[in-house]
Design a protein around this ligand. Structure first.
Ligand code: LLP
Length: 402
């Protein structure tokens, strides 16, 4: 659907994020439908966009949640995702988080090292609980994506190798406080090639079968997230082929398939909208300066990520420029060396594919308030997070001024 960015700017000011909730529904239904031949759980990766209304929308559709902090677990619970659909992942869980996850009785804890497994066992014992465990396998597979968002190689900090995993499953089996229920694997984000996913699913399902042979029967295989989206002209993985290539490895296993998409659900549902403040020319370099900045959307600065940009005016005079924000860093840009038309003060600029890892990675750098977030559903807009004020930003420091 087309969104009237101008109307929203008049109503909510700029910069803002706007999310098309109907698009999120479509993405969820598409993926869930692709797995229809099996029991499946789509556990939305909350880190991609953790706005409560976004999670609630997915909860209403039946999604579970993949969380990487107890804060994310609590967000998911708050909007009605049942504990039995919540997974807790991450390489560095602290004791208090493990304790709370056990008390909240979530579906499973994704354990990422043998040291962590010992810790979970100890804490479960202290609480008199049995911890449902899934172990994250690092299959040592190159996902062919940006190195910063690649996670499935031994050189990355994530998961454990197969032999370690086997030992850990046996430890679970022999423990009174651990119950091995799942196996997990996530090789990276923005995946556009099916082959590395196929290979890693094969590796983990082989291990599931090996374990079955020694009477360790798992109920869940979590194939991670990472399905890519269109930023520019990427050719995407077909969701039916994706599901098919996973399911064909499950033959003869009584397993619920779990996947944890973040970007796929919300990435292309979101647009970041900012307005032009000034144009300037340094030497012969043209800059278009907008009111949004790297603290609002850091992906270009952090990964040199491409986001399609559109100036919303009818001017036909295009020339090269850098689109930059007001923050005091040369890394504060949205796009470099792109052709944009001549702009005027207050022209709107839409930065697309910004629904995932946009707002959630934003900060208050330069004492800039986090921006407003808006939902569009059935053609109607509503505010789902108000713009931060100066008072919001200083609230946690003010009382300590001496
Ligand atoms: N599961 C696990 C264990 C993960 O680590 C991640 C993402 C996901 C699922 C969801 O991945 P997705 O489907 O969203 O690709 N900030 C980066 C992406 C970092 C991804 C971190 N882990 C970006 O802006 O591209």
């Amino acid at each position: 659907m087309s969104i009237n960015f101008k109307e929203l700017a008049n109503k909510y000011q700029t910069p803002y994020y706007v999310y098309d909730f109907d698009y999120i529904t479509k993405q969820y239904e598409e993926l869930k439908g692709a797995f229809r031949a099996r029991k499946s759980l789509i556990a939305y990766a909350v880190k991609a966009n953790s706005n409560l209304s976004v999670i609630k929308h997915l909860a209403n559709l039946g999604a579970g949640a993949d969380c990487v902090s107890i804060g994310e677990v609590k967000r998911a619970l708050k909007v009605g995702i049942p504990a039995y659909k919540i997974i807790f992942s991450g390489v560095g869980k602290i004791d208090e988080e493990i304790k709370q996850a056990l008390e909240l009785d979530i579906l499973m804890i994704n354990v990422e090292s043998d040291a962590e497994l010992n810790r979970v066992e100890l804490i479960a014992k202290e609480l008199g609980k049995i911890a449902r465990i899934s172990i994250r396998i690092n299959p040592n597979i190159d996902p062919q994506t940006h190195p910063y968002i690649s996670t499935g190689l031994h050189e990355n900090k994530f998961g454990v190798d197969i032999d370690t995993a086997k030992r850990m499953y046996i430890q679970c089996k022999n423990s009174e406080n651990l119950d091995p229920v799942g196996m997990h694997c996530h090789i990276g984000s923005q995946l556009t090639q099916l082959q590395p996913i196929k290979e890693s699913v094969k590796i983990i399902t082989d291990l599931v079968r090996n374990l079955k042979a020694i009477k360790i029967e798992l109920s869940f295989v979590d194939v991670g997230g990472g399905l890519g989206i269109v930023y520019k002209d990427e050719k995407l993985i077909d969701t039916n082929e994706y599901a098919q290539s996973i399911l064909e490895n499950m033959f003869g296993l009584d397993i619920t398939v779990v996947c944890e998409p973040g970007k796929f659900m919300v990435g292309n549902a979101g647009t970041f909208v900012t307005k032009v403040l000034y144009e300037k020319v340094n030497g012969n370099k043209r800059f278009v300066i907008v009111d949004g900045a790297m603290n609002d959307l850091i992906r270009p600065a952090l990964y040199n990520a491409y986001h399609r940009v559109e100036v919303l005016n009818d001017n036909q005079e295009f020339s090269d420029c850098n689109l930059v924000g007001p923050v005091c860093e040369s890394g504060d840009f949205f796009a470099k060396n792109i052709k944009l038309q001549k702009t005027q003060h207050n022209d709107l600029v839409a930065i697309y594919s910004a629904g995932a890892y946009g707002f959630t990675m934003s900060s208050n750098y330069n004492t800039r308030g986090k921006v407003a977030e808006i939902a569009i559903e059935n053609g109607k807009d509503r505010l789902i997070r108000r713009r931060e004020t100066f008072e919001d930003i200083i609230a946690l420091e003010e009382e300590f001024i001496k």
